[in-house]
Design a protein around this ligand. Structure first.
Ligand code: GDP
Length: 197
């Protein structure tokens, strides 16, 4: 898919305030610093469509971008566990879970994972939550340029092995680098294929 246009639409913190539009949308989510803003800018050929290196504590917003006038790219905040008083139960921030529960236009979530790191509990639990709520998702391994090819291959292999202890099959996954553009065509073509269904 060629990116012909990419426009910021709106930021908000409530799913009810997301655009009243039936266009298909694709959500990008991951822990902070995973490389989400850099990836969004790389995919859309824009230097600063998404703001990179968000400072911790900044307002957590759902950002909608209109791409090629026919689909929405949604930049979701970095996820974390919300505090639940008088309970040790871990839950994700409510507005993130509400987005996935209510936003029926959401076609596929891209869960970003830093390719340098071993599987992290919070990412695993988040994907489990998506699975339990029937939310379609793919994995994007980011920052591939930071690793030697053999190490990258080993890390992805280890990740797959750990996923397969929980899942019957590995979700669709992509390997990307915002620095070199690796994986750009694959991710955009995947989105285009779904849009054409
Ligand atoms: P976000 O918090 O998930 O939006 O992450 P950012 O996009 O702001 O990236 C966090 C840091 O990682 C920044 O210093 C980026 O320059 C760096 N970074 C992000 N993606 C890549 C990548 O693909 N390759 C390299 N080498 N650095 C990256």
């Amino acid at each position: 898919m060629k990116i012909k246009s990419a426009e910021f639409v709106v930021s908000n913190s409530k799913v009810e305030q997301c655009p009243n539009s039936a266009l298909p949308e694709y959500a990008f989510i991951g822990r902070s610093n995973v490389g989400k803003s850099s990836l969004i800018n790389m995919l859309t050929d824009r230097k600063s469509l998404a703001k990179t290196s968000a400072k911790p504590g900044k307002t957590q917003l759902i950002n909608h971008f209109l791409i090629n006038k026919n689909w929405h790219l949604v930049d979701l905040p970095g996820y974390g566990y919300a505090q639940v008083s008088k309970s040790t139960k871990k839950v994700f921030q409510k507005f993130i879970t509400a987005y996935f529960e209510k936003r029926t236009q959401m076609v596929c979530a891209f869960v970003l994972i830093d390719s340098r790191h071993a599987p992290q509990k919070i990412d695993m639990e988040f994907m489990q939550w998506l699975g339990e709520h029937n939310v379609p998702f793919c994995i994007i391994f980011t920052k591939a340029d930071k690793l030697k090819p053999k190490v990258l291959e080993k890390n992805i292999h280890n990740y797959q092995a750990e996923m397969l202890e929980i899942w019957t099959q590995m979700p669709e996954f992509f390997i990307t680098s915002a620095s070199t553009g690796t994986g750009k065509d694959e991710v955009l073509d995947y989105i285009e294929a779904i849009n054409q269904q």
